[in-house]
Write a protein that binds this ligand. Structure first.
Ligand SMILES: Nc1ncnc2c1ncn2[C@@H]1O[C@H](COP(=O)(O)OP(=O)(O)OP(=O)(O)O)[C@@H](O)[C@H]1O
Length: 704
């Protein structure tokens, strides 16, 4: 594809696929002259506010330049104290400047699309209703609130209530009354594209219209069409830990990000973006979702993977192999080892060993220094008293205790050993010197030595990493994060109980855990949703069954592969998925290219060609990239781009494409129960169009 074509596609990105949606709301805005006038008035006031904001940014800029100039000019003459004061002042000006720019940027965003809804609410105690316009951010002008933030208490009625009795929870308590009007708008580039007097049905139409857009390089915010069941999750403030099991395309990731934006707004005095992190499966996914929070006016949050965490914790301790693709590794012993370590029972086995471990590894003797002595029984009792700490940390505290005790008795002021020297002696009383030795001992004691293999000296297999960190936590101690106060874990089904056990030690904070056990892709993982719920006993559990991403026809087809009874599609229609037979692999390749050509001539912006494994994706990429501009998403990739992407099922998780092609949809490639999940995941990445291409027998996993 040429660059010009790519650009054209970018321009088409936001086009609406009118043909796809059966019922489209009228584009006529003439029925709402009052709203056109209100929009004009709001934009006029926004313009005014932007002028003021610009003036304020310029003013701060001038102050900054003047201070800087003064400091440079008088550098030699200013005394250090004044210099320090000036630097401090400069920093303050800089902070004020950043804040002013942030305000101006928000106003500029509002100018483009100031609000998406209006509700008229009459409080029970009032004679007349008041109108509230709801937008991305709040906006006041001359002390008058013109736009309410979508996260404000009053805005909750837009998502939760229809015209009639309504109410919301305000800081002062429940406010009851009635909604007398509810309108929805689409305002783009400052123009009203449509306005609607909304009722439940029309809201569905608007949702369909939004869903029928072509996709984008990055995930977008959904504030104008958040559904009631989604809103309940977003605004849930009470749950310490919330587990969301949602079918493919039910909006889990979107909801989790909107929930973060909501919590940042609601608890702005105690929670900032620096206190929130998301654990995501890979960098591409992290990049794909990275725009949602900034679009909602919030700072980006930390994004990390389980591999990142392992690297931080084990830096300088031990090295490890990356995870292998289970579909490309044919070593039954390796498979057995991975499976063994994927269960909740394995965590219980480790707990059993670790509960006895401290007493088994520490056998104190008396510690003496000249006439000073700490008896073994006393050391043992201190060791038991500090049972909440890892073994080596306990020894550090005991060394301090011994030092303090000796000091108390030191009325002759004799030289005493330093705590570090005492610690050295205490450490010699340990039967095991490091975590690796301890970890090996666990396998020996439990009679499961065949379950532990090191690929090379000082290198662990990936499946040993989190168990090893769990042992490290008990023996040496981990670097716990106090900065993170809310952790989001996406694709929850991909992580094993021991990974959660470690996360619970590292991040003792509120969590939003989301995923879909119907999209379980690792055949070597034996854990279940039940195991997760045992690990998070007392957490709130929510299920989402409506899929918003794909057309009704794609979801109906996906159900032929995996019959998830509860899976429900939105009423948005498109073409039936195509099953294309080819007589051999050359013909299959030619068919893929034909589909690629037709994609390039369509209004679609993203095409995903999804193969079963990373290796197969790479091979197809190598053969197609000579003639086409295609992107490969491999485990090493960093970002998601518009155009044609070739990838594996594993890497496509969490992503979506306007159009999806699944090559090799034959019985040799997709045959097992796990392949069923893979095929289901691949199909549910498609928003508007899906084609399965095969040579030989079509996979039998597609039911009638
Ligand atoms: N209320 C909504 N309004 C508009 N679009 C929505 C809504 N809910 C979900 N979507 C859209 O549906 C698509 C799927 O959302 P998302 O990726 O968050 O789902 P998911 O449950 O995490 O999917 P999966 O598990 O399949 O990766 C996205 O394009 C999202 O914007």
């Amino acid at each position: 594809m040429t660059n010009a074509q790519q650009l054209d596609k970018g321009a088409l990105r936001t086009s609406v696929r009118i043909n796809e949606s059966k019922k489209q709301p009228p584009n006529d805005t003439s029925a709402f002259p009052d709203e056109i006038a209100h929009l004009e008035d709001t934009r006029f006031k926004l313009d005014d506010a932007i002028k003021q904001a610009n003036a304020s940014v310029e003013q701060i800029d001038k102050e900054y330049m003047a201070s800087k100039h003064y400091m440079v000019q008088y550098r030699g003459e200013i005394d250090p104290h004044e210099m320090f004061q000036s630097e401090l002042a400069l920093k303050q000006i800089d902070n004020r400047g950043a804040f002013a720019v942030k305000i101006r940027d928000k106003l500029l965003k509002l100018l483009d699309s100031p609000y998406f809804a209006r509700i008229d609410f009459q409080e029970a105690s009032q004679e007349t209703p008041a109108a509230f316009y709801i937008g991305r951010f709040a906006f006041s002008h001359d002390n008058e609130l013109l736009i309410s933030d979508w996260r404000s208490p009053v805005a909750s009625m837009f998502y939760d209530c229809e015209v009639g009795p309504a109410g919301y929870d305000a800081p002062i308590g429940r406010i009851s009354g009635k909604l007398t009007r509810k309108r929805q708008f689409k305002i783009k580039n400052g123009n009203m594209e449509y306005a609607l007097e909304s009722s439940v049905n029309i809201r569905d139409d608007i949702l369909q219209r939004e869903l029928s857009h072509t996709s984008d390089e990055k995930m977008k915010s959904i504030i104008a069409t958040i559904q009631k069941e989604q809103n309940l999750i977003i605004r849930n403030e009470k749950a310490g830990t919330l587990i969301i099991q949602g079918v493919a395309g039910s909006g889990k990731t979107s909801i989790a990000l909107h929930r973060i934006a909501y919590l940042l707004y609601r608890f702005k005095d105690r929670l900032s973006a620096k206190n929130v992190a998301i654990l995501s499966p890979n960098k591409v996914f992290g990049d794909y979702i990275s725009n949602v929070l900034p679009e909602l006016g919030e700072e980006p949050i930390y994004e990390m993977s389980f591999e990142d965490i392992a690297r931080i914790q084990l830096d300088g301790v031990i090295r490890f192999e990356r995870d292998k693709d289970p579909f490309e590794t044919s070593d039954p012993k390796w498979t057995e080892r991975v499976r063994f370590k994927s269960t909740l029972d394995f965590v219980k086995l480790m707990d059993e060993y670790l509960s006895r471990m401290p007493d088994a590894v520490f056998n104190p003797s008396d510690y003496t220094f000249g006439r000073f002595s700490a008896e073994s029984e006393w050391i043992q009792s201190r060791f038991a008293a500090y049972h909440k700490y890892p073994v080596k940390r306990r020894l550090q505290i005991i060394a301090e205790d011994i030092h303090n005790r000796f000091e108390t008795d030191n009325f002759m002021d004799e030289p005493l050993p330093k705590p570090r020297a005492i610690l050295k002696s205490l450490t010699t009383m340990l039967k095991v010197k490091n975590t690796l030795a301890l970890y090996k001992d666990f396998y020996k004691q439990m009679n499961i030595t065949d379950k532990f293999v090191m690929p090379a000296k000082e290198i662990l297999e990936w499946s040993d990493i989190y168990p090893f960190i769990y042992f490290y936590a008990a023996f040496e101690g981990l670097q716990e994060s106090r900065a993170i106060r809310h952790l989001v874990i996406d694709e929850m089904q991909d992580y094993t109980p021991v990974q959660y056990a470690v996360i619970n030690i590292l991040f003792q904070c509120h969590k939003t855990i989301l995923g879909d056990f119907g999209q379980f892709i690792n055949p070597n993982y034996l854990h279940t949703l039940g195991d997760l719920r045992v690990l998070y006993e007392g957490s709130e559990f929510i299920e989402l069954n409506k899929s918003y991403r794909s057309t009704y026809e794609i979801i109906t087809f996906a159900k032929r592969i995996k019959n998830i009874a509860a899976l429900e599609a939105v009423e948005r229609h498109g073409d039936d998925p195509s099953l294309i037979y080819c007589s051999n692999e050359q013909e299959e390749l030619a068919q893929i290219m034909e589909n690629m050509d037709s994609f390039q001539n369509s209004e679609n912006v993203t095409l995903g060609i999804i193969l079963k494994t990373n290796g197969e994706a790479k091979a197809l990429y190598d053969s197609l990239s000579k003639n086409y501009e295609v992107h490969l998403i491999s485990p090493e990739s960093l970002n998601f781009k518009n155009g044609i992407t070739i990838t594996s099922v594993q890497m496509s998780k969490g992503l979506e494409f306007d159009e999806v092609i699944i090559p090799a949809a034959n019985d040799r490639t997709y045959f097992s129960e796990y392949d069923r999940s893979l095929l289901y995941i691949a199909c549910t990445r498609a928003m508007h169009r899906l084609s399965l291409i095969y040579a030989g027998e079509l996979t039998h996993l597609i039911g009638p």
